[in-house]
Design a protein around this ligand. Structure first.
Ligand code: APR
Length: 239
């Protein structure tokens, strides 16, 4: 019987690719925390500052130095073996899972390389810088386009699909997330209530040590390939 696996990734999986986490050192941007900038109020109050925050993160993500790491590549291998038995959920807005080969990624906090028009709902890929004076290609509105990411106080994406996967999963794996932000931080409880094995991969202990059945301490680039190899072997022996 094929196991249903849900993987949740956070900023930690992208650290070895060169992207900072939110709550570790380097998590500040011009003395601001993400929580102060990634909000509708911050955007209304100072759209130039918020757009520059995302322009700088977009420029960094697209620089040649930032590449998927072995953890991203391993999860793509897991997807090629498990197919619809794997649900990959990420809190990250970077595209490193996709560039690592994963084809079905649920970005519950949106995507850095996309913009959305609050006037007409038009969504568009965005690789260059974007400014408050730029207009929407669909409806020409100015100052209404925003990063297509989920800000604090907004509803994360794909929750019904994520909940359904958690309620029938056999293995839940949290990789590189501090467990500080809900609803993602509560996913382990739902999985455990479904009787799932819950594994946490993180170099540091997180607030919910007792919610996980197993904690593997170390960097994702080292631990994820090993765990994926175990899961693929178990899938092969399950036939
Ligand atoms: N491998 C694995 N995990 C790592 C590594 C690494 N090499 N380096 C650091 N970590 C861990 C840290 O120990 C920490 O627990 O990654 C986690 C990063 O935590 P956060 O910075 O809080 O990031 P995350 O959990 O993804 O934040 C969740 O909060 O700010 C919002 O929307 C934002 O999606 C983000 C959400």
């Amino acid at each position: 019987m094929r196991q249903n696996i849900v993987v949740l990734t956070g900023a930690g999986i992208s650290v070895e690719s060169g992207l900072q986490t939110f709550r570790g050192e380097g998590g500040l941007w011009r003395h601001h925390r993400a929580e102060q900038l990634a909000t509708p109020d911050a955007f209304d109050a100072n759209p130039e500052l918020v757009l520059e925050f995302y322009n700088e993160r977009r420029r960094q993500l697209l620089s040649p130095a930032i590449q998927p790491n072995p953890a991203h590549l391993a999860l793509a291998r897991l997807e090629s073996v498990c197919a619809e038995h794997l649900t990959l959920v990420t809190q990250n807005v970077d595209d490193l899972h996709e560039r690592g080969g994963s084809q079905r990624v649920l970005h519950m906090h949106g995507e850095l390389l996309r913009m959305r028009c609050d006037e007409c709902g038009h969504g568009v890929e965005q690789h260059g810088d974007f400014f408050a004076t730029d207009s929407c290609a669909q409806c020409d509105a100015i100052g209404r386009l925003r990063p297509d990411v989920v800000w604090f106080g907004e509803v994360p994406l794909h929750l019904p699909r994520i909940m359904a996967a958690l309620e029938q999963c056999d293995v839940f794996i949290a990789i590189g997330t501090s467990g500080n932000v809900y609803p993602a931080a509560g996913f382990v409880d739902i999985a455990r209530r479904a009787g799932a094995r819950a594994i946490e991969l993180n170099p540091e202990p997180t607030p919910q040590p007792n919610d996980f059945t197993e904690h593997r301490c170390g960097p994702a680039g080292e631990l994820v390939p090993k765990l994926v190899a175990e899961l693929i072997a178990a899938t092969a022996s399950a036939g």
